[in-house]
Every structure is written in C-alpha cells, then in structure tokens.
Design a protein around this ligand. Structure first.
Ligand code: FAD
Ligand code: UDP
Length: 392
C-alpha cells in the first residue's frame, strides 16, 4: 500500500493526527471511517427543509482554555461569539443551570447574598462533613447539599446513566461548576464559540490536504476491504480511534457505554423554547433534554416560521449501538488497564481519542491529546523509526 500512516476514525482526534502528519512530516496519510461522513460525533448538517444546522450526534459546544488548541483550531475556522447557557425544567418550573445563586434563591424562595447562600448549602451538606467523597452522589451532596441534589441532579443523572449514582465516579459531576454569583454561563473557559460555517466545513478543511486520502464506509475489521486490521497492523503504523475493546475482540470483556437516541422534529413555530438547551430534571419525563438548533446561531438567517428540535434519550449501549459515554464502573476501569497492557504489545499501533482510550473527552481535549501524541509519539516514530506505544 502506498500510505505511510493509516488513521482509523475521522473524528477530531484522527483528523488532527492526519493533518499534522501530512502537513508537517510530509506523510501520505490514509484516513478510514466506517460511517458515510467524516467528523465522528462532531459532524453536523443542514436539516433539509429549513436549512437549520443540526448536530447529528447531539449538540456540540466548543470551548477551551488551552492556547495551543485555540491557536490550532482557528487555522481552520472562525468562531461566533455564542455563549452556552442551559436551563432546567424541574417540577414544572424552569431554573438556570449550572447551579448558581439564581438557582439557589429561586429554589428556596429566598433572596440570599453569596455568603448566606454558601452557609445554607454548607449546612445542608453537613451530613458528609469529615468524610472522603468517593462517588457522584457524595460529591454532589458535598457541593450543593441534599435538597438541591435531589431536585436537580438525582433524577437527571438516573435518566442519563441508569447506574446508581454511588457507583459513578465523582469526576462526572465535578465537570459542572457551582457558583455563588448570578453568572449562569455553562462553561468557564477562556475561549468559547461555534464554528461560523458549521462543524462539517471545519472538519473538511482539516482533511483538505493533497497527502490525505479519506475513505468512508470502510470498517477496519472488515476483511473484505483492503485496508483492514489483519492486512495493515505490523506493515504500516496505525492510529486507531475506534473502541479499544473491539480492537481486541473483547478479549478482556466488553466495556460499558451509554448511548443516546435522538428524536428530531420540525415544528411550524418560529421558536419552541426560547433557548438552545432545556434540561428535564424529573425522572418521569423520559428524555433528558431538548435541543433547539436555531438558537445556536442567532446570527444566521433561518426561517422565522419553523424550527428544529431534538429530544435526547439515554440508555445503555448494546451490541451494534453507537458508544457515546464511557460508564466507567470499577469493572470497566480494571478492563481498561488490561486493554492498555494488550495495547503495548501491538506493533506500531497508537490508540487515541474517546473510544480508543475509553475516556470522556471534549473536542478541545481530543484535539489537545492528538497534538501531544503527534509531538511525543508520531514525530519520534517517523523521525527515528521508533515503535508506537500504548494509549496515554
Ligand atoms: P469520534 O468523534 O467518536 O470519532 C471516532 C471515529 O472513529 C468515528 O467517526 C467512528 O465512526 C470511527 N470508527 C470507529 N470504529 C471504527 C472502525 N472499526 N473502522 C473505521 N472507523 C471507525 N465535546 C465538546 O467539546 N463539547 C460538546 O458540547 C460535546 N458534546 C458532546 C455530545 C455528545 C452526545 C457526545 C457523544 C460527545 C460530545 N462531545 C462534546 C465530545 C466530542 O464528540 C468528542 O470530543 C470528539 O468526538 C472526540 O473525537 P474522537 O476523534 O476521539 O472520536
Ligand atoms: N447533570 C445533572 N443535571 C443537569 C445537568 C447535568 O444532574 O441538569 C449531571 C449529570 O450527571 C451529567 C453531569 O452532570 O452526566 C455532567 O453534565 P454535562 O452537561 O457536562 O453532561 P453532557 O452534556 O456531557 O451530557
């Protein structure tokens, strides 16, 4: 074969590696993807009847504080000044998320200042004083106390994860800030925005290089097509961004993933919910949230009499489902370690990205990790003929 590097998966991780290796190292890179489009889960397209950009695999908001990542991504796209804000419907009432002074005061029908609100929450979190928090439930109660936990987190988390919150890692909830101000921005990062011409234009520009070839509808495990695992591994260096358990035929057991079902609807109203994302915290509402895509791009000239919404449902992934979020139970974590050991034995195969490392990675983290792998693993490999290592 006439490629120097095979990249399995055209998500942000794979495309960052491909772009760097083609442009900086002059390599001929073949990118394969089993889907019929590039971009992995960040892919978006215009809904046919309205032209409204829909994120096919759930709403994607770009944000980062990493200067190197920001410098890199702005080579391929400009960003709008969109700032993400989320509201949550609990008990038929709408509150701002993440939990901030506005949420606390609305919930307790109070007008506390920051200090009084802190004192109130500390009192409600006192049940855990002096104990070491080791899971999502304890972490949440230690941050916001039991009443706010039960209203805003418990039901939503139960719907999203279908796992006892005491078995989920504290890190899931640690992603959500708690603020004693009225600032209700969802993200704290220095840079935030949406790609001006959409995600797919950005992703296509990354792949647009004469030394990059992209082959879609091509599964790495399909031995009837020429570029497959058996034919390639050991012959050409590979960057693999598919599920790590699948690579090893689930030899150490299947890793558990959560998948999402999306129900899209075009409505004959100009504005359905007045904002881009509305969470539903109550357990008896079957979906976790509703996205209304027009609100991601208020600067665009979208039809004024129609809108596109998407209800999001969450459940455990079964064989054949798209894996979205690693569940990360204790068993999963043991299995991941076993897969990392196996990965070390694979000649010239680098495992990366969300699926390849079984880690929840935001886009900026996937891009940042790919830039590091390019520096620390791929550049030395191609400069000195070294061997590729295990996932970071
Ligand atoms: P992916 O984008 O998943 O790409 C992997 C690619 O590998 C896929 O295209 C897949 O088809 C391909 N592949 C897998 N197996 C094979 C095979 N056997 N053969 C060939 N190809 C294969 N990040 C944010 O920063 N902000 C957000 O708001 C945000 N929202 C998200 C919402 C959802 C619902 C999800 C699931 C993720 C969200 N993310 C968000 C994370 C973002 O999607 C990831 O950071 C990004 O997709 C990581 O890129 P990746 O290249 O690692 O993986
Ligand atoms: N979460 C919650 N209620 C909400 C929003 C989030 O309980 O209204 C919890 C839930 O456990 C979720 C976690 O916080 O998995 C992280 O939320 P985030 O919005 O980052 O999840 P994502 O958008 O990545 O699904």
């Amino acid at each position: 074969m006439n490629s120097d590097l095979v990249v399995v998966g055209s998500g942000f991780y794979g495309l960052t590696i491909a772009e760097r290796c083609a442009r900086e190292l002059g390599l001929r890179v073949l990118v394969i993807d089993r889907r019929s489009h590039i971009g992995g889960n960040a892919y978006s397209e215009a809904e046919a009847s309205t032209g409204i950009e829909v994120h096919r695999y759930g709403a994607h908001l770009f944000h980062t504080s990493n200067e190197r990542v920001w410098d890199y991504v702005t080579r391929f796209t400009a960003f709008t000044d969109y700032q993400h804000r989320v509201y949550t419907n609990v008990g038929g009432e709408v509150f701002p998320m993440p939990i901030n002074l506005g949420t606390v005061n609305q919930f307790f029908r109070a007008a506390h200042g920051p200090e009084a609100a802190r004192a109130l929450v500390a009192e409600q979190a006192a049940e855990l004083a002096g104990t070491e928090v080791s899971n999502l439930e304890e972490k949440a109660i230690s941050l916001i106390g039991r009443p706010l936990y039960e209203a805003f987190i418990k039901g939503y988390t139960a719907k999203q994860w279908q796992t006892d919150p005491r078995e989920l890692p504290a890190s899931i909830i640690a992603r959500l800030p708690v603020r004693y101000t009225y600032n209700n921005r969802y993200f704290n990062d220095t840079y935030e925005g949406l790609p001006v011409d959409g995600y797919t234009a950005w992703l296509e520009r990354m792949a647009d290089h004469p030394r990059i070839e992209v082959r879609l509808d091509t599964d790495f495990f399909d031995t009837t097509q020429p570029v497959n695992k058996a034919a390639v591994v050991g012959q050409v260096p590979v960057v693999y961004t598919g599920p790590v358990d699948r690579y090893f035929d689930n030899a150490e057991g299947e890793l558990s993933w959560r998948t999402l079902d999306f129900e899209e609807e075009v409505l004959d109203v100009g504005d359905f919910q007045g904002t881009s994302v509305m969470n539903y915290g109550d357990e008896d509402v079957p979906y976790t949230r509703i996205h209304e895509f027009r609100h991601f791009h208020p600067e665009r000239d979208y039809p004024k009499d129609r809108t596109v919404i998407m209800r999001e449902y969450s459940r455990f992934a079964e064989t054949g489902d798209e894996p979205y979020y690693p569940v990360n139970t204790a068993t999963d974590r043991e299995r991941v370690l076993a897969y990392r050991e196996l990965a070390k034995g694979e000649k010239d195969v680098h495992f990366g990205g969300r699926l390849g490392t079984y880690q929840y990675l935001d886009m900026h983290m996937a891009i940042g990790a790919a830039l590091s792998a390019y520096d620390n693993t791929l550049t030395p490999l191609f400069r000195a003929g070294a061997r590729l290592g295990a996932p970071e």
